[in-house]
Design a protein around this ligand. Structure first.
Ligand code: CA
Length: 343
């Protein structure tokens, strides 16, 4: 009797299990069908641990939810890792590759991989050589314009100057010191030139009291600022820095000499670039006047527009507001000022 009872139970269990498996199979199939209609976008980021890149990543995830299947990859600052990730994405037959390359020197290898697999590739943020992009008709670049950051710095300086209290000696000329990143780095050169050029274009005369190359470094900038303070003291009316790390060093030196501690009498405005967390804090406290930020949301929007165009068989920029620069293969996303009131 016991045995007879057991057999039907097993049969019932069998049917029941089959039903479950069949249902799972059906749902898996339908899931795959639904997914099959969405574009598959492979995204390679040079590293997640970067404020700007993480803004781009979050915006991509948010804006593409339900519209595309995103394959996100953290290159962890290693080109070998990123190469492997790109190989895997090509194996998955993604429809388009968005690549924030670790080492621009490896760009040709990656373009060749994409070209062989006939997958369109859009590089962004870190800029490969123009010739590399041009070696594949389905390759493009989306980045910023080095000049832009300097121009926006100049606009921040001009606004601060026009508010008054900056021209301490009342000679109508802005006496400033410049903290430069590197001697020949294109970003450093453009920021140094265009920040001051923009100020002068707005009708303010300038006089450079000192310029020091500080290799983007806080400590080096700190020493440079200390030396300037002992040499010029109150004659310095503005500190212009190619980035926030150096601006931070300058502010530390200023504060050691009792400047920029919240007392409006003892204040020398400092402006940087990057809108780092440290700079945002200094700006919030009124110790620093402003910075320049790369707009991660605007970058993500451009990437999405271009990637979806490519997926739909359209031309890269068709129906978008974007235009190529003089290279014919690169789109430039503008920087934004950061003065503590935005974001
Ligand atoms: Ca003056």
């Amino acid at each position: 009797i016991k045995r007879k009872d057991v057999v039907p139970l097993n049969k019932k269990l069998c049917v029941f299990l089959s039903l479950i498996i069949f249902t799972l199979y059906l749902s898996a199939c339908s899931g795959e069908n639904a997914a099959g209609n969405l574009p598959k976008i492979g995204v390679c980021l040079y590293k997640y641990d970067d404020t700007y890149i993480s803004t781009v990543r979050q915006a991509l995830e948010k804006d593409l939810e339900g519209k595309a299947i995103l394959y996100l990859n953290d290159g962890k600052g290693d080109q070998g890792t990123q190469n492997d990730q790109i190989d895997l994405l090509i194996q998955k037959s993604v429809d388009v590759l968005l690549v924030n390359i670790v080492d621009v020197g490896a760009a040709q290898t990656i373009v060749d991989k994409a070209k062989t697999a006939d997958i369109p590739i859009i590089f962004f943020n870190r800029e490969p050589d123009e010739s590399v992009i041009k070696s594949y008709d389905k390759a493009r670049f989306i980045g910023t314009n080095a000049k832009d950051a300097g121009v926006i710095q100049g606009e921040i300086i001009t606004r601060a100057w026009e508010k008054g209290n900056c021209d301490k000696n009342g000679d109508g000329i802005m006496q400033y010191v410049m903290l430069k990143g590197e001697p020949d780095n294109p970003e450093a050169v453009a920021r140094t030139e265009w920040s001051i050029k923009t100020v002068e274009d707005s009708g303010i005369k300038t006089e450079e009291l000192g310029l020091q190359v500080c290799n983007w470094d806080t400590e080096t900038a700190n020493r440079a600022m200390e030396a300037w303070l002992s040499k010029f003291g109150d004659k310095i009316e503005f500190v212009v820095s190619n980035n926030d790390s150096m601006a931070q060093g300058a502010i530390a030196a200023l504060q050691s000499s009792n400047y920029n501690k919240g007392d409006s009498e003892k204040f020398i405005p400092v402006v940087g670039v990057d809108a780092t967390d440290a700079a945002k804090e200094l700006i919030a406290k009124g110790y620093m006047s402003g910075s320049v930020i790369q707009d991660g949301n605007a970058m993500a929007e451009a990437l999405i527009a271009v990637a979806l165009n490519v997926y739909n068989g359209k031309d890269f920029l068709e129906g978008t507001e974007y235009e190529y620069d003089e290279t014919g293969i690169a789109v430039r996303i503008p920087y934004k000022p950061y003065e503590g009131t935005n974001e």
